[in-house]
Ligand binder design. Sequence first.
Ligand code: ACM
Length: 262
Amino acid sequence: MKVHVAVVQTNPIFGEVKKNIQDALDLMETVKADLYVLPELFNTGYNFIDQKESIALAEEAGGMTCKMLCKFTKKQMCYIAYGFAEKADTIYNSSSLIGPEGFIGVYRKVHLFYRENILFAPGNLGFPVFDLPFGKIGMMICFDWLYPESTRSLALKGAQLVAHPSNLVLPYCPDGMVTRALENKVFTATADRVGEENRGGIDLKFIGTSEIVAPDGKILFRLGKSEPAIGVVDIDFSLADKKQINEYNHLLKGRRPDQYSL
Ligand code: ACM
């Protein structure tokens, strides 16, 4: 069974939540997919000056963003993974998975990057995997990629595709994801944003280059560095189940946790 997976590369304007959601929806309307992956904090923008701002723009998992996107998932019978500032017992940098049935589940970013450490609490839900009609989906957010334990945790739980909402500012991730996909034999779908946010004396430029990588490390497509865009590819999820490398080596069964110092 072929599954159409899309990554949506947007250029959010800080604080313009409704416009940012509508811009993403406008791009999504141009391409039919079973699963759309949107960037980290795609609705609010990224460069919060202080915690007052992240608190003010945070939403509960079932909040306005979820409601607006759920109209699309119901109409199109599809799924969306998207990043947002989550208001719960405290404020998290989270991503939600929603579908035709509405809210499915949330992931809270475990490895916070740079000033996120003063804006958000670190994630406390581990790395959950969700069983969708076409396959098993895990989520991680942006900087989580640099910790191989994130993708490996999802692969060990059976994820076939890792949805990876991102707001990349360093140049290493797009090439690095080739290794994350290959060393776990999973598909990865990194949805980055473009543009620049200069706020409170801190200027951040986002690198775009959203991409989908296959379990053999092949980059199925990579978007440009500076323009909003959407990319879609047909994926055979069962390719992520082939963990046998040769008759002696199984990728996951060959692990030697007794020899690791983790
Ligand atoms: C990042 O984690 N947003 C770089």
